[in-house]
Design a protein around this ligand. Structure first.
Ligand SMILES: [Zn+2]
Ligand SMILES: [Zn+2]
Length: 366
């Protein structure tokens, strides 16, 4: 192949599920055809969903390259991708995971293709981005600022855009109160974005490390609640203090976003949300368990929020760039992929795990 693109590459593939680890394989470099562009991957994130894929939650179609959070350099464009004119060879981009959206279903026709039931998803049911090169859809690429590293850009394509879209869905005005229950990778990005948007932010977690990380942020929550030693009633007393003098509305957060799986996180989140408030679910817990009293007597609305589209990703990248919002990273090279998976099981882990293909050492590369 021309343009210095090799024929073979290294890739982390899953051959069956459940599996503990990926296999490090040599595979052919895919060709940029149709609507797709070939990226030289700079970094790709490891998301909670990847662990669900390893566990077998999404079924077969093996072998499959893991990861759905790519950032890299455009190396080649398919014919349609070239005509689209959105990106060109040499652009540094972040990209969304859907591939081959049908373009015909009711959601695709209104541009809401993230709900397309016919789509494939990189790293979930088609090859993802834990490889030196990978295909993405040209229309799902967003050019990233020169000063943004691939390692910081990769987590924005899932964790970042997901929490940004959920905050957008909250439809709040500056000064309104947003609670984020769960301060992991998603939650800590969300706290910073919500602060940058002028919201009053309540960060909730029961684990010491995420709480410490939230406290250390430049755009830290206005109120941090350690749910391991605070009752919802005590938390409400502090939340009400975030309201301006003379506030005549209801007690509690206007909207609460649930980013963590534990049932305790769900019940705490609903208890501290104000009457007629809104709960937005972005976590993917095996079960939901709510007290009917919260929903009936507080008149709560529950909605889910899925990922985002290329407009949301562009807005996410712009916001993150403008306010210098950072993910706390644990960076691994491809040869250390087993250590990368082991790190997800470590007690006291915090921040976001990414794989890097950069040749220089940065952050805390393993
Ligand atoms: Zn994800
Ligand atoms: Zn569709």
């Amino acid at each position: 192949m021309s343009s210095g693109i090799p024929n073979e590459m290294k890739a982390l593939r899953l051959h069956k599920a459940p599996s503990k680890y990926y296999e490090l394989d040599d595979v052919p470099v895919p060709k940029a055809e149709g609507s797709k562009v070939l990226l030289k991957i700079g970094s790709a994130g490891l998301c909670h969903t990847d662990l669900m894929v390893l566990e077998g939650s999404f079924g077969g179609n093996f072998p499959i390259v893991g990861s759905h959070e790519p950032a890299g350099t455009v190396m080649a464009l398919g014919e349609e991708a070239g005509k689209l004119g959105k990106v060109k060879v040499g652009d540094r981009v972040a990209a969304l995971l859907p591939k081959d959206v049908c373009g015909k279903c009711s959601d695709c026709t209104i541009g809401d293709w993230k709900y397309c039931g016919n789509s494939k998803y990189g790293g979930i049911n088609t090859d993802g981005y834990f490889s030196e090169y990978a295909l993405v859809e040209a229309k799902h690429c967003v050019v990233i600022p020169d000063k943004m590293t691939f390692e910081q850009a990769a987590p924005l394509t899932c964790a970042g855009v997901t929490i940004y879209t959920a905050i957008k869905k909250a439809n709040l005005n500056p000064g309104d109160i947003l609670a984020i229950s769960g301060l992991g990778a998603l939650g800590s990005l969300g706290v910073q974005m919500a602060k940058a948007m002028g919201l009053k932010v309540v960060g909730i977690d029961a684990r010491p490390e995420p709480l410490a990380l939230a406290k250390s942020l430049k755009l830290a929550p206005d109120l941090i609640i350690d749910a391991s030693g605070t009752s919802p009633e005590e938390a409400m007393e502090d939340i009400v203090k975030l309201r301006p003098e003379g506030y005549k509305g209801w007690d509690g957060a206007d909207v609460t976003i649930l980013t963590a799986d534990p049932i305790s996180s769900q019940s705490f989140g609903t208890s501290i949300t104000r009457r007629h408030g809104h709960i937005i679910l972005v976590a993917q817990p095996p079960e939901l368990k709510f007290d009917f009293k919260n929903f009936i007597f507080q008149d709560l609305t529950l909605s889910g929020s899925l990922h985002g589209n290329e407009v949301d990703l562009k807005e996410t990248i712009d916001l993150v760039d403008k306010h210098d919002i950072r993910s706390d990273l644990q960076v691994f090279k491809i040869d250390a992929h087993q250590k990368m998976i082991d790190a997800t099981h470590e007690q006291g882990r915090k921040g976001k795990i990414v794989l890097t293909f950069s040749t220089f050492e940065n952050e805390t590369t393993v």
